[in-house]
Design a protein around this ligand. Sequence first.
Ligand code: ZN
Length: 382
Amino acid sequence: MANGKLHALKMPAWVLRNVGTIQKPGETGWMFKPLPTCGPDDVIGKVIAVAYCTTDISTIDGAMGQRPENLTLGHECLIEIWEKGENVHAFEVGDKAIVPAAQKEMRTCRGLARWDYSNHIDGVFSQNVLVKNADDRLAHLPEKMKYEVGLAIGDVFTTGKTAVDRSMVKPGDTALVVGATRSVGLSTVACLRHGTEVDKIYGVGSSQAGTNLAKKWGADEIIDYNNGPVIQQVKKLTGNNGVDVLINTGAPAPEFAELFNEMLAPGGRARNVGYFNPQKGDTIPLTVTGTLYGMGDKTIGFDLLDGGAEVTQKNLTFVLQNRNKFNLADMFDIHYGPWHIPTMQGQMRKKDTNFIKTAAIIQEGDWDKLSDKLSKEEEQQR
Ligand SMILES: [Zn+2]
């Protein structure tokens, strides 16, 4: 009985059944969901590549509390357009596109509404994805661009670029990037080195693969937090002067605050693009002396990546112009087939491994194969 055609009106999706905690992760699994329906400004995409993000892990662990029931996970994908609404003019059926992880504008002030996939609405780990206001949101994937590069531009690269853009880097500034050996931190290093006139870039990280790449892309020194307190190491490197720019892409909130207090020079700018988790006891304890009695000209900001079509297109151009200086594809461990999504989840949870970022490329017929496998399993359970 079971064959792909029976599932023409439903699609496999990797979902969050219930959120968990740091000690006990939430449950995830495959389920069939109805296909989305296309409005006049929207497109329906067939998912052709996905990347797994530590943000998905934080969501599973309940960082932002309860999410909608059986929420489809994932927010990093490329699509091939399958169906389009009558008001969509920039895209045709069959076009390949980058789906940025965030929208252009905060449409409501409630809970990170600019980040919608796998937060308020179903995410992208499914056969088909609905993209609302497609002309405003999507960017064309250049024909020769590797899928993983497009995936990076849709989220991690743009996250690093956003943090750098908001740091107002001045010629000769010294910068410290926390989490520099992971994907957002590496992107931050590349954007600082090739998009600003920064002088020294110091990074904090640990993996060997990430350290090598960070140095190749422009970091002067990587501080390994396993070799002693980060603050002591930064003090030594900067001759006690601290840094002008501090970008946190992954440390818990108290560590970010400590670096702001102790290591950000007067006039310095600090930005955070990491996902803080109150379940880990995250607080942001700024001190009076850390702000130089409230008069240190020090600023601090908390950012979500810029989103939408225009920003994505701009960042895509930046990546193409600098393709001889850094290759975003070097960050990725590639799988083939959507059935690897659970494996990728396991890889991202284990932080001690020596890989940086994981993605799955999905070829013609792969979603049908997965549908067949899942419906056979469903039948056996009946
Ligand atoms: Zn992400």
